[in-house]
Design a protein around this ligand. Structure first.
Ligand SMILES: Cc1ncc(COP(=O)(O)O)c(C=O)c1O
Length: 509
């Protein structure tokens, strides 16, 4: 979330650019600058980052670039002008539908990524209700607490309320909680296959049966799982039913630029039938420039990601996907076994997916302090909260580094056990406070100031959560005390809850 302070000496970089140069610069010099700019980015090729990049092989990437470049200038906005792109999009959607057991009535479109697919699912549900249930004034969608924040973004953009259902002890959506939240203004229910934070599969069959009973739309977010679960199933893993084979599922999102190993900017939103797809479209009839039709969010639709998906999925073939999935599965199993064997750590979620999530099982081991130690060893660590955990999206690219990861993790845990004070130092203190802070508005304020600093005009913002802003100063001064106080408060709250539950039980008897 926030960059760590480093004390490395600064290498010679590229000077900031304030205006288009008066005279065009030489291509070679600019390409060299690009190389310099990328020099300090995370080294994903060596597998030291566990999400963001899905790399099959150098040869596959080179092929994707070639396919992408072949349609670099083409624009899917007008499918009549570029019938090639329309045809490719149709093929990509059909390949995905076949994989996810859509029948001949199923249909869909490509989008630029998971977020756009989810934005469209929410917009579609709102517009479907406007037509079918016009009495609904304030539509809402019921979804698990673990569903991707793109749904919340969509709710904010499109004026749809999001009602978050609780998770059970295994981090699956709690059916009781989900059912309780549905009311007469609910236009859709959502579940994930799997959810991103812990890699856990929501109970899709149960949600599907409930959605059917209540005559509700049901979106399955398989953005991260859509292109890997079918191959895990073919490899004999006990993947629970989650796709169009489940009655009640009306739409599915699946990202191609994740486990589909295609170029970035590619996902699909799939519909069981045209009945919902038509509410995804946008049509403007009064524009002086002519009738404007748009199937998805953007106007201009870059041809590159469509062509790369079309070519990439075929180049990979079922055999290629199975081979990559087998490697990712082996890496996942080795990681889980290794983590199970580290005293002080525990796995969160253990479903047949390729996401690994660990936490501490012992108060002596602070997750964020272990994360800092791992980061010091050169790993990019995906820290999560509620509860504090670390997330790993595992791909074939990680198989060669699993042993090294586990060795570093064992050493980091031992280091943190020997130095309990680390929990209130550096980034661990900041993540600790952010995770424990009961007033979430204060966390938002701190994060807002980081965003302002990143994207606002020069010299704006008051400094970030780190750096030398006021939040950082407070952290440096009160980090340790603040964490202790928040922990004490949490303990008091926990004790009060247990006492109340005991009292209620005695009363009931
Ligand atoms: C379950 C899930 N849904 C949606 C998304 C959003 O995808 P994108 O980052 O491509 O917009 C992600 C991203 O990790 C995800 O894991």
């Amino acid at each position: 979330m926030v960059k760590r302070n480093t004390t490395k000496p600064k290498k010679k970089g590229v000077a900031p650019v304030a205006a288009i140069p008066r005279k065009g610069k030489a291509h070679a010099a600019l390409l060299a600058d690009l190389h310099v700019l990328g020099r300090d980015d995370v080294d994903w090729k060596k597998g030291r980052v566990f999400s963001l990049v899905y790399h099959a092989s150098d040869a596959h990437s080179a092929f994707l670039k070639e396919a992408h470049n072949a349609f670099f200038s083409e624009n899917g906005l007008n499918p009549l002008a570029f019938q090639s792109l329309r045809r490719m999009e149709k093929d990509v959607v059909r390949m995905a539908l076949t994989l996810l057991h859509g029948d001949a009535n199923a249909c869909g479109t490509m989008t630029s990524g998971g977020t756009e697919s989810l934005l469209l699912a929410v917009k579609m549900a709102r517009d479907h209700a406007r037509k079918k249930k016009p009495w609904i004034r304030r539509p809402n969608i019921v979804l698990p607490r673990s569903a991707h924040p793109a749904f919340d973004k969509a709710g904010e953009y499109f004026g749809v309320a999001l009602k978050h259902a609780a998770l059970d002890d295994e981090m699956r959506v709690d059916m009781k909680s989900l059912k309780k939240l549905v009311d007469r203004n609910t236009v859709m229910v959502v579940a994930s296959a799997p959810q991103y934070p812990h890699g856990v599969m929501d109970p899709i069959e149960q949600v599907g049966a409930f959605a059917q009973k209540k005559k509700l739309l049901f979106h399955v977010d398989a953005c991260v799982g859509g292109m890997v679960l079918p191959f895990l199933e073919k490899l004999g893993q006990p993947v629970p039913a989650w796709d169009f084979r489940v009655p009640g599922v009306t739409t599915i999102s699946a990202d191609l630029h994740k486990y589909g190993y295609t170029a970035k900017g590619a996902s699909v939103i799939l519909h069981r039938s045209i009945a919902t797809l038509k509410h995804q479209f946008f049509v403007a009839t009064e524009f002086p420039g002519g009738v404007y039709i748009s199937p998805s969010m953007p106007g201009t639709r870059p041809g590159g990601p469509i062509a790369a998906a079309w070519a990439g999925m075929q180049a990979m073939g079922e055999d290629g996907y199975l081979a990559l999935t087998q490697k990712a599965l082996t890496a996942t199993q080795k990681l889980r076994a290794g983590i199970r064997g580290i005293e002080g750590l525990r796995l969160v979620g253990d479903d047949p997916t390729t996401i690994v999530c660990w936490s501490s099982s012992n108060d002596a081991i602070d997750v964020y302090a272990v994360a800092d130690a791992m980061q010091d060893k050169g790993w990019l660590v995906d820290r999560q909260h509620q509860p504090p955990t670390v997330h790993l999206t595992v791909t074939a690219n990680h198989l060669p580094i699993v042993d090294e990861y586990l060795r570093d993790l064992r050493a980091s845990v031992a280091h943190v056990r020997a130095h309990p004070e680390l929990k209130s130092r550096g980034d661990a203190a900041m993540y600790g406070i952010m995770a424990r802070m009961p007033i979430r508005g204060a966390v938002k304020l701190a994060v807002d100031s980081v965003i302002e600093e990143m994207y606002g005009p020069e010299n704006s913002g008051e400094g970030g959560a780190r750096g030398d802003g006021p939040v950082a100063k407070l952290l440096d001064k009160y980090g340790a005390t603040a964490i202790e106080t928040l922990d004490r408060l949490a303990n008091v709250k926990k004790r009060a809850k247990t006492m109340l539950a005991m009292k209620l039980r005695t009363k009931a008897r």
